[in-house]
Design a protein around this ligand. Structure first.
Ligand code: SN0
Length: 313
């Protein structure tokens, strides 16, 4: 593995999952691997889990960590090829990526979608720019359209909680007061379609994901029908892809409640966090015995540690 941008960088998913379960069992098993190596974490956007789990994973591998919040205290970076830089941006990703490569052995980048220009967001100019110009491996810490470390942690979580060989996993859209990216949903679809699960996607009309994800997954527009017999219910909001970045009016309430969870097979409730309580999901579900969002967050250490190991080996 040279970079970790998406599941496409994973040569053998069952093997990667097995490696993650090893890391989970024995987190300090490779303390020498990262000795005298530095992980650079570059944040264009806020983070709680990604930042702390990445640091923790690096320390578990004996690495040093440098963190930079370019979004708040860095030069504004330009990412478009050939840009005439007579505006606000002081430095180009081409140069920044090469510079950061002088200080770090692996670079993680978080850069959310702007949700203004669909073509620009889906071109992934920032992550692709870093991957093109960095001279060390680059890890996607949530880019404009993908969040593979989250999906990998989700898969590890499902693997450790499943009671049947091929569980039913439902990704349901849920409401949110702000327009959010499609990244978590896009990645989750990609990973679930490769995993040994029965995957069902449900969302209100108008919230179709980009065709390359939606078409492969198919959709069940009836949320209650989708939830029937589910082993895992993953709730997540995203803004529209068609009417790009918009929040559309929906006919019914898509909040996950205990009544809806009762349709499942004692399904586990999942969310990547941060979660808007009593908007995405009720307190009753989130504080109930079947919520596993905290275990998911614990597995964020496992997912990035497994990926760093791959990149260093
Ligand atoms: C991000 C998203 O992509 O949906 C990160 C999730 C891991 N979520 C948010 O930005 C939530 C912000 C909010 O106001 O609730």
């Amino acid at each position: 593995m040279n970079n970790f941008f998406s599941i496409k960088n994973v040569a053998d998913l069952p093997e990667l999952l097995a490696s993650a379960l090893e890391v989970k069992k024995n987190p300090l098993g490779s303390l020498e691997l990262g000795k005298n190596k530095t992980l650079g974490l570059i944040f264009f956007n806020p983070s709680l889990r990604t930042r702390l789990s990445s640091q923790k994973a690096a320390y578990n591998l004996g690495m040093n960590v440098i963190t930079k919040n370019v979004g708040s205290d860095g030069w504004t970076l330009e990412s478009r090829d050939g840009a005439v830089m007579d505006g606000g941006a002081a430095e180009h990703v081409t140069d920044a990526a090469k510079v950061i490569s002088q200080y770090c052995d692996v670079i993680g980048i978080r850069c959310f979608a702007g949700l203004q220009d669909r073509i620009e967001d889906y071109q992934e100019t920032v992550l692709r720019g870093f991957m093109k110009h960095a001279t060390v491996p680059v890890i996607n810490l949530e880019s404009s359209t993908l969040h593979p470390l989250q999906s990998f942690a989700d898969l590890i979580t499902i693997e450790t909680f499943k009671k049947v060989k091929r569980p039913k996993v439902v990704l349901t859209w849920a409401p949110h007061p702000r327009a959010l990216p499609q990244a978590v949903a896009n990645s989750f679809v990609e990973w679930m379609l490769q995993a040994d699960v029965d995957f069902v996607l449900t969302h209100p009309p108008g919230y179709e994901l980009a065709p390359k994800y939606e078409t492969k997954a198919g959709v069940e527009y009836d949320q209650e029908k989708a939830l029937e017999g589910a082993d895992f219910v993953y709730a997540k909001n995203w803004s529209a892809f068609g009417e790009y970045g918009e929040i559309l009016p929906t006919e019914k309430n898509w909040t996950i409640t205990q009544e809806k969870m009762n349709l499942t097979k004692e399904g586990k409730f999942m969310h990547c966090l941060p979660v808007r309580r009593n908007v995405i999901v009720t307190d009753e579900v989130l504080d109930g015995p079947n919520a596993i969002h905290i275990e998911q967050s614990a597995n964020r250490v496992v997912s990035i540690q497994t990926i760093i190991k791959e990149l260093l080996t």
